[in-house]
Design a protein around this ligand. Structure first.
Ligand SMILES: *[C@@H]1O[C@H](CO)[C@@H](O)[C@H](O)[C@H]1NC(C)=O
Ligand SMILES: *[C@@H]1O[C@H](CO)[C@@H](O)[C@H](O)[C@H]1NC(C)=O
Ligand SMILES: *[C@@H]1O[C@H](CO)[C@@H](O)[C@H](O)[C@H]1NC(C)=O
Ligand SMILES: *[C@@H]1O[C@H](CO)[C@@H](O)[C@H](O)[C@H]1NC(C)=O
Ligand SMILES: *[C@@H]1O[C@H](CO)[C@@H](O)[C@H](O)[C@H]1NC(C)=O
Ligand SMILES: *[C@@H]1O[C@H](CO)[C@@H](O)[C@H](O)[C@H]1NC(C)=O
Ligand SMILES: *[C@@H]1O[C@H](CO)[C@@H](O)[C@H](O)[C@H]1NC(C)=O
Ligand SMILES: *[C@@H]1O[C@H](CO)[C@@H](O)[C@H](O)[C@H]1NC(C)=O
Ligand SMILES: *[C@@H]1O[C@H](CO)[C@@H](O)[C@H](O)[C@H]1NC(C)=O
Ligand SMILES: *[C@@H]1O[C@H](CO)[C@@H](O)[C@H](O)[C@H]1NC(C)=O
Ligand SMILES: *[C@@H]1O[C@H](CO)[C@@H](O)[C@H](O)[C@H]1NC(C)=O
Ligand SMILES: *[C@@H]1O[C@H](CO)[C@@H](O)[C@H](O)[C@H]1NC(C)=O
Length: 737
């Protein structure tokens, strides 16, 4: 606060009435210093001799003498140095203070008002401080402050304000005019001090510039409160700039010390420079206010795999400084900035095995911290569920951090009408935890809900499943009927009255039956569809129902053998049954483990024939048609064959017939043994031998063996001794017969 006033040339004579007819001396140069006052005059001009200072209208008689010591310099100038016995600090006077001068030509002395000459201007002026707008005392230091002043009246340029009053008693010898004190009333802006009563010399000054000590963001009211000082009390004189943008309607809320700025056009986070002008007086240094990003919500990530965190809020991106990258910390861990748009910020967290709940969030733009609204915190492993859908027979639930659903969660599938609840215990979570899937349960109706309850809060996800069907009865190879169970039907009466259609590959579509329930409380609808001729497994069918279609596979019913017949003369063996197909290349026949397929002579769907299988014994026949096996093999019997009729002494009265297939039951194939035309008693039979007790006692015995009505073999046998039946059994166990 130093003001040096160096030589101001003013022509006073134009403004002042001359008291004397003589022209006042006109120094060619002056030099004013703290303790030196020097005038230079043209040697031929009049020159100063002494000062007489006035206290208002009266000369100060108490003042010690003074004089101007004038000498002619080498340049032929008259150099006058002021000498005063009164200290310079006591040189005070009023507008009426006078200077005496001597005219060179006449040597007469005259006087004139000091103010009409080049009088010393205030020199080395300094101020103790700028006055606060609330007013206060200031001390002004300098020299020649009061030579032609009030003396106690200090003029200024503030409108409608009385001159300031210099404190103290000028008459008091100890009063120092080089350090004066005035009380400045409340005010604002720039003004001038005039140290002389004619306002010739002015020193520009001002009220103290506005100071900002703190700022408070009150975004709820959309204002920023600025605390400080020197704001005065006139709202119309205040100008607030945020980053050079003037803020409309600033308001003084506490006189001098508090103002409110509207948050006009503040969209960016980070520090904002505040510049305030009060009646033209600018704040000396610009403060800054932190405009915080506002965090309203945050997503979670898996502690195992980390990932992208999305922060929602406002002011999460600086439009004016697009390269300003925020520093984000979550639970003390850095979250690497990825991108942000105005209300969304995305960053990436590394996995953090220890996880954690309710961790603090920090988002800093250029050092400016964020506001976390509603105490939002971050927790790892909070599952988020987005939606559920059905794809390829699986229910897919999409979301984030779904692995954590393994704990404290219940997944339920509820039917459209709430009558069915299926708890899902088995599900798979994708490695990135973004989806979980489980097998679509079989449901009668198309619409159902996946109900996921996490920590007691259910999420109900509506799902629509496409129509599906499964085969409940396989069709026979010819004129078959495919009976299907329908799942995920539109459980609406008039939709169910429509007729499903079925296609097989490129076949024209065929009508199925109207879906029906087998019993009134059946879980599913069924429909019967005609099936084309065929054999084998994994055939395609496509069911069309209510503008949906569903493709699935079906297999033909397995071959079934019902009975076998022989042609007349037993030349051919024919096996009867169903689902045999009509292709020799597709049927395989095993008889007692041997593949006899190559011996088939003819085949149609219901029967196939062989040439008589004389070399075979009774046994299991099983067939495979187009890789479909019979469900259970069929025991097939062949006509018996008799090899020999034997007698044995030890087996008294017992005849043995050896052959094969001797147990074959058919009437026409029954083995009958007569002894001398009389019946015998069968005592044991197996496929290979038949033991009969003969009742005749006449020897020799003409033994005849018949198959059915045909006599196959006869033999005369000598009869020796009849043993008891008990003995016979005893004997055969010894294998004697
Ligand atoms: C002083 O005044 C005289 C008469 O007016 C003039 O001739 C002379 O040039 C002046 N000297 C200087 C140094 O101005
Ligand atoms: C006036 O000044 C001269 C030169 O500086 C000096 O020699 C002389 O003593 C001074 N006279 C008085 C009365 O102070
Ligand atoms: C003004 O002068 C007084 C007395 O000499 C001194 O104590 C004070 O420090 C000065 N103040 C300034 C602002 O120069
Ligand atoms: C001012 O000081 C003078 C000299 O000490 C004294 O006579 C006078 O009464 C004082 N005036 C006031 C108003 O104190
Ligand atoms: C203060 O802000 C104003 C306007 O907002 C600007 O003109 C000035 O250069 C700034 N001053 C400093 C020191 O930053
Ligand atoms: C603030 O200043 C104005 C104008 O001087 C005045 O009317 C008002 O009462 C003041 N308010 C306070 C709280 O001092
Ligand atoms: C589940 O998420 C994994 C990983 O993102 C993805 O490869 C897979 O296709 C998703 N599964 C489904 C059915 O959307
Ligand atoms: C969802 O499941 C929870 C837990 O099993 C159960 O309490 C709730 O009633 C279910 N909500 C619906 C709409 O089925
Ligand atoms: C299959 O159905 C057709 C048409 O109804 C019929 O002519 C034919 O005899 C049937 N075939 C068999 C083996 O039932
Ligand atoms: C049956 O469907 C499968 C796809 O499910 C397809 O690859 C195959 O070619 C189809 N077979 C026929 C005979 O149409
Ligand atoms: C049919 O016979 C073959 C050959 O002995 C055997 O491999 C197959 O398992 C049998 N099938 C059935 C259903 O017994
Ligand atoms: C045994 O009886 C059969 C049938 O009666 C007859 O054909 C056969 O010649 C008889 N054999 C003997 C040796 O008599």
């Amino acid at each position: 606060m130093k003001f040096k006033i160096i030589y101001i040339l003013i022509f006073f004579s134009l403004f002042f009435i001359k008291i004397n007819s003589q022209l006042p001396p006109n120094p060619t140069a002056v030099k004013f210093e703290v303790s030196k006052l020097l005038y230079i005059f043209n040697k031929t001009d009049s020159y100063f001799t002494k000062l007489v200072l006035y206290d208002y209208f009266y000369p100060r008689y108490e003042m010690a003498p003074n004089y101007f010591n004038c000498t002619i310099s080498r340049n032929d100038d008259r150099v006058c140095i002021f000498h005063s016995d009164e200290p310079f600090s006591r040189l005070w006077g009023s507008l009426y203070s006078r200077v005496y001068f001597r005219e060179v030509s006449s040597d007469n002395e005259y006087s004139t008002q000091l103010i009409q000459t080049k009088f010393p201007a205030p020199y080395d002026v300094s101020f103790s401080r700028y006055p606060p707008t609330s007013g206060g005392d200031i001390v002004i230091n300098g020299t020649f402050l009061r030579l032609v002043g009030g003396p106690s009246r200090l003029l200024h340029s503030i409108e409608n304000v009385e001159p300031f009053v210099v404190m103290g008693n000028f008459s008091d010898q100890s009063f120092n005019c080089n350090s004066i004190k005035v009380t400045i009333p409340p005010g604002s802006g720039n003004f001038n001090f005039y140290f002389d009563d004619e306002r010739i010399y002015n020193v520009p000054f001002s009220y103290a510039p506005p100071i900002i000590s703190s700022t408070i963001n009150e975004f709820s009211r959309s204002i920023i409160v600025i605390n400080g000082d020197n704001f005065f009390h006139d709202t119309s004189l205040i100008k607030i700039y945020f980053d050079n943008i003037p803020q409309p309607n600033p308001k003084i809320t506490v006189n001098h010390t508090q103002i409110e700025a509207s948050c006009y056009h503040i969209t960016d986070p980070g520090p904002l420079s505040i510049h305030i002008k009060v009646n033209g007086v600018s704040s000396e240094k610009n403060s800054s206010v932190c405009i915080p990003a506002i965090v309203k919500s945050i997503t979670s990530v898996s502690s195992k795999i980390g990932g992208v965190v999305t922060i929602e809020g406002s002011k999460l991106f600086s439009v004016s400084k697009p390269n300003l990258i925020p520093i984000i910390e979550i639970g003390g861990k850095s979250c690497v900035y990825l991108q942000s748009i105005e209300n969304t910020l995305v960053c990436k967290l590394n996995p953090d095995k220890s996880g954690g709940k309710n961790l603090p969030i920090i988002v800093k733009f250029d050092g400016c911290n964020s506001i976390i609204s509603n105490d939002v915190t971050f927790s790892y492993d909070i599952p988020t569920i987005i939606n559920a859908k059905v794809s390829k027979g699986m229910v897919i639930v999409e979301g984030h951090n779904l692995a954590s659903l393994k704990e404290n969660s219940i997944i339920e599938v509820n039917s459209q009408f709430g009558d069915i609840k299926i708890e899902i215990k088995q599900f798979q979570v994708s490695p990135d935890e973004s989806n979980l899937s489980f097998k679509l349960p079989l449901l009668k109706c198309k619409n159902f809900n996946v109900n996921i309850t996490i920590d007691g809060t259910p999420s109900i996800l509506p799902v629509q499943a496409p129509i599906m069907s499964s085969v409940i009865k396989r069709p026979s190879s010819v004129n078959g009927t495919l009976i299907l169970e329908l799942y995920n039907t539109k459980c609406i009466f008039f939709e169910l009255m429509k007729i499903p259609k079925i296609t097989y590959g490129n076949t024209p579509s065929m009508d199925c039956s109207v879906p029906s329930l087998q019993t009134s409380n059946s879980d599913f609808y069924i429909t019967s569809c005609p099936a084309p001729y065929g054999t084998g497994i994994d055939k395609n069918y496509t069911l069309h129902f209510n503008s949906e279609s569903f493709e699935n596979k079906y297999s033909y019913a397995p071959p079934v053998i019902q009975y076998r017949t022989f042609s007349k003369g037993q030349e051919d063996l024919t096996v009867h049954g169903s689902n045999f197909g009509n292709s020799l290349s597709l049927i395989k026949v095993f008889f007692n483990g041997s593949d006899i397929s190559s011996q088939i002579r003819s085949l149609n769907n219901n029967q196939f024939s062989f040439k008589k299988l004389t070399t075979y014994e009774n046994g299991m026949i099983n067939i495979t048609v187009d890789s479909i096996d019979m469900e259970s093999p069929f025991y097939i019997t062949l006509p018996p064959i008799i090899f020999s009729i034997n007698n044995n002494i030890s087996c008294n009265g017992v005849i043995t017939i050896n052959g094969k297939n001797l147990l074959t039951k058919d009437k026409e194939f029954q083995v009958k043994v007569l002894a001398n035309e009389q019946t015998t008693t069968k005592i044991y039979s197996s496929e290979k031998s038949l033991y009969v007790q003969i009742n005749s006692k006449r020897s020799p015995i003409n033994t005849t063996a018949y198959i059915g009505e045909y006599l196959i073999m006869s033999k005369n046998i000598e009869f020796y001794k009849k043993k008891s039946i008990f003995d016979f059994y005893f004997d055969i166990t010894k294998d004697n017969c």
